[in-house]
Design a protein. Sequence first.
Length: 293
Amino acid sequence: MNAMAEFLRTRRGRIGPADVGLPAGPGPRRTPGLRREELATLAGVSADYYTRIEQGREAAPSDAVLNALARVLLLTDDEHAHLLALADRAAGRTPRRPPAPPRSARPGLRLLLESVRPSPAYVLSEVNDVLAANPEGLALMSGLGDWPPAQRNTIRYTFLHPASKTVFADWDRVARNCVAHLRSAEPAAQGPTAALVAELSAADGGFAALWRRHEIWVKRGGETAFHHPGIGRFTLANEVLTTPGGGQRMLVYQAAPGTPEHDAVVLLAMAAQGRRPVPGENPSHAPDGGPTG
């Protein structure tokens, strides 16, 4: 079964008759979610044709068919784009998204890493390889900087670094979102994605289980709760800046000036410089906290 077929099968299993306005019918349903015949009828294709798609025997359905399936399956915009990219791969067509870029952060993004200090920030590839980070970024994910640069990847860190389950106060949510993001990058970064998936599946059964769920999620900003071993608990807002056509993203964690969260960021900057805060010192006025822009 190809990846497009597997994705459709898992999504069909999550949509019940009531979700699309169909009666449940008498008696228990032996198949979770919609039946193939029900999905085919709602999408306007024959049951035999849809069965061939889901079994991997029809590798090149038209965009019109894929769009109809996405509508019936209630796919999000990200999931819809993922389905189209999987279809391109199954049909051997040129991907609709550019291939993964080289492992080198753009000079302009490296400059931004310094400009946003003391906010922790990273330049990431499509599969979350850390192409560059400022000192606060390395300090925020405790232990990430101990790994060789080629090994630094925020998804690998989440599942394989022993500190991650402490650093991320809501580890389960972070882990699920990591895997869902990796799924969204799968069609555009086939080689790097496959290698990372194979590594993490072999090392962590929880990752393998989440990967089989076929959840899709593209990180665009939100909040993350941390429990830093040297600073304590705090929650930071985050924003993601994506370069057009380059496949590189900048992830910045930040807090409003004058808040306890901003104080935590300044303390993090001090820790990154190897400086211990003086008892009673106001972090917002620390002389070595770095720029606050």
